[in-house]
Structures are given as C-alpha cells and as structure tokens.
Design a protein around this ligand. Structure first.
Ligand code: SF4
Length: 246
C-alpha cells in the first residue's frame, strides 16, 4: 500500500531518510544502467554539450555535437573561433547566440587559466562563464566520477517534489535537501535514474503511477488522480530537519 500525503507530512527526518534510500534502491533495481544521455568522449565535450542542453533536448544536442566536436577539438579552438562560425554549428539548439558567447568565454578561461583542461573542482567550475551548479555537477559526476552534488534538472525537481522529498522550488535548495537524505555514494546515479524515470514514467503530464516502481513510497503530491483510484494529494510535506552546515 502506498504512503499517504498525511503520513509524509508527519515523517521524522530519520523516516524520510529511510524512505529516500528505499526509493534510491528501487530506482537502482529498475534502472541499473541509467546514465547521461549526452554523447561525449572527454570532459570538455561534456561541458560543451551540457551548456548546449539548456532549453533543448539531449537528442537535439547529440545531433549537432559530432560536427561541432570535430571542428573545435580543444578549448583554444572555441576561444579563437569566429563567433558567427560557432553559432552556425549550434543554431538548432536554440538560444544559440547566448550559448556561443558562454562557450567562448568559458573556453577562454579554460585555455588561459587551466591549460585547456576542465577543472575537477566545483568551486572552480561554477566560476566559469555560463556554468552553474547543475552543469558543474553533470561534468564532475559523469566525466570524472566525482560526487560533488546532485544534478537537479526539471525532472529531478518535479519528481522529488511529488515524492515529498523536498518542498523547495529553487534547484539549489532541492539539491541541499536531497544531499541530506542520501549518502554521497548515491548522488551521481540517483540523479541519472530520476531523469530517466522522469522521461519514461513520472512525466510532467499524466505520470504513469500504476506502473511506477516508486508508487509504494510516493504520496504523489500535486498529481491529479486520473490513472489510479487514489484521491488527489496536495498536502505539502513537512520539511526534513536540516542538519548543520556542511
Ligand atoms: S509516476 Fe506517480 S507514483 Fe511514480 S514517482 Fe511519479 S508521481 Fe510518484
């Protein structure tokens, strides 16, 4: 039997942690091999692909990156390119002028300060032009295997709120809540699996709750009850007690 919104609202921090870990385990059983859908062969390529993926599907990004990566194999190639030429390669990903500017400014810093390498440090990464925490976590987790945080994209934000693991709206706050609930060793895979789960099952519209492996632990907060007999649950979960600053 699935947990109710009322039960989630009364959970203690320890109970919420146990539920979060059960969810992570169920996702691991269902989606053991889920990983980043962007194609890349080195950290720079993943960084560029992640910048391009803003407001764009991974499929679209994967269509433009083979030619892009051939034409611009290093950070210096991007930094020294004519802006209009770079724009031509990435036009179909949308917002291409902003993206081309961000890529060039980011690659200029990588070339001048890091010898063209992508730093393995989140504090250095988030200082790069066009790189926020989400992009930094994607690159560190996926290219380097460093669990610097939890990637919070639109799928992770939507599903973790439905699950009552957070009530925050800002990605940084959601990430903090999730980091307190899960061991660091889970951070990278948990986000990959949730993103896949969000594409296949817990979709923005009409989530397939009847076939969801997480139903038992999910109060379905904010989900209209169209596919199951359960009533609509819109009770906000009680925030898990925050631990002292890390
Ligand atoms: S599909 Fe339904 S049961 Fe599964 S996580 Fe999403 S809201 Fe919860």
């Amino acid at each position: 039997m699935a947990i109710t919104a009322e039960q989630v609202a009364q959970e203690t921090p320890a109970q919420r942690k146990r539920r979060a870990r059960s969810i992570a385990k169920a996702l691991a059983r269902a989606l053991p091999d889920a990983t980043c859908a962007l194609h890349f062969s080195n950290p720079l390529e993943l960084l560029i692909a992640t910048i391009l993926s803003a407001q764009c599907t991974d499929e679209r990004v994967n269509q433009v990156t083979p030619a892009l990566f051939r034409k611009f194999p290093t950070a210096r190639h991007y930094a020294q390119a004519r802006r209009s030429e770079l724009e031509k390669y990435i036009q179909s990903t949308g917002f291409y002028r902003n993206k081309a500017k961000a890529i060039q400014e980011c690659c200029r810093v990588l070339d001048e300060q890091y010898g063209g390498e992508v730093p393995r440090d989140i504090d250095a990464l988030v200082k790069l032009p066009g790189v926020g925490r989400k992009t930094a976590n994607v690159v560190l987790g996926t290219a380097y295997g460093i669990p610097s945080g939890i990637v919070v994209d639109t799928h992770v934000a939507r599903i973790t709120r439905r699950l009552g693991l957070t009530e925050a709206k800002q990605p940084d706050r959601i990430e903090q809540d999730l980091m307190e609930l899960l061991p660091q060793s889970e951070w990278i895979d948990f986000a990959h699996r949730l993103i896949h789960h969000g594409r296949r099952t817990c979709t923005a519209r009409r989530p397939k709750c009847d076939e969801c492996v997480l139903l038992r632990w999910c109060p379905r907060l904010g989900v209209e009850s169209s596919s199951t007999s359960r009533s609509t649950a819109k009770i906000a979960p009680k925030a898990a007690k925050r631990s002292p600053a890390r």
